[in-house]
Design a binder for this molecule. Structure first.
Ligand SMILES: [Zn+2]
Length: 264
């Protein structure tokens, strides 16, 4: 292997993964602090149990968790497995973006999208709240994605046109809004999320994301429903499922759609 292949096959993917882990560590802070209205940038990280400030050595993503054996250095309280799990997840998502779209601006847009989806999903899972500020950030990202996608659009990736984006937003967002008004089983947070995701994914991928979310939710809810842990009328936070399906659509949507239509 020459230097260029080593860089392309090993070094750059590894950098995306490590960078993702570091961003994931920051996302943990956002997910924890935002619902509690603690400023994200102010002050050092602290142990939620004993309030001791954490030092740099306690904050190395993943490694600190392993080194401290999952316990706070000061009070010995268990550190949730969530923290290293979401650091690793963010690293993997960044890597997948690179593997899907290479060293392009679209990959950067993808990494930002994955980060936001992880925050939205986890805050909704914890609190059932979707802050409106996320939709504005996603809106800005939709504008970036429109220009970045032109760089890679061509034979492999069909261009997501402006018309397709607007239709994706109106059709899926509008459809969910009607569902929300008629059945009441859909939250406005879901409507807004999928409306703005339409501007990023376009019509085809957003419709796919819509159906995929309900398929994943149905599979996940099957066991709790059968064992009667959840009643059929319990409100299920759908945003995490939309986040998973949107991330999947962004990375592999075109491939999944062509695989699906090749079945018939
Ligand atoms: Zn502590």
């Amino acid at each position: 292997m020459n230097a260029a292949t080593i860089a392309i096959n090993i070094f750059i993917p590894l950098m995306f993964f490590l960078y993702g882990i570091c961003i994931g560590s920051f996302l943990n802070v956002v997910i924890y602090r935002l619902p509690l209205e603690i400023p994200v940038y102010k002050g050092r990280s602290f142990c939620p149990k004993c309030n001791n400030s954490l030092h740099a050595v306690d904050l190395v993503p993943i490694f600190s968790f392993l080194f401290l054996k999952g316990k706070c250095r000061y009070c010995g309280d268990k550190i949730s497995l969530r923290y290293p799990a979401f650091e690793t997840l963010t690293g993997i998502m960044f890597l997948l973006c690179y593997l899907a779209y290479g060293l392009t601006w679209y990959t950067i847009v993808g990494c930002a999208l994955m980060s936001i989806l992880i925050c939205i999903a986890m805050i909704d899972y914890d609190t059932m709240i979707v802050f409106d500020r996320w939709h504005f950030i996603l809106l800005a990202l939709a504008v970036c994605s429109y220009f970045a996608q032109k760089q890679i659009a061509g034979t492999v990736y069909p261009e997501i046109t402006l018309l397709s984006r607007i239709l994706g937003s109106v059709v899926v967002g509008g459809g969910l809004l009607i569902l929300a008004l008629v059945t009441g089983g859909v939250g406005l947070g879901d409507v807004k999320l999928m409306a703005v995701m339409g501007l990023i994914l376009g019509l085809k991928l957003n419709i796919m994301a819509f159906f995929l979310a309900y398929i994943i939710a149905a599979i996940c809810m099957l066991k709790p429903l059968i064992t009667k842990k959840v009643k059929s009328k319990t409100e299920v936070p759908m945003v995490p499922f939309f986040a998973i399906s949107c991330a999947t659509a962004f990375l592999y949507g075109d491939r999944i759609i062509s695989w699906y239509f090749n079945l018939f």
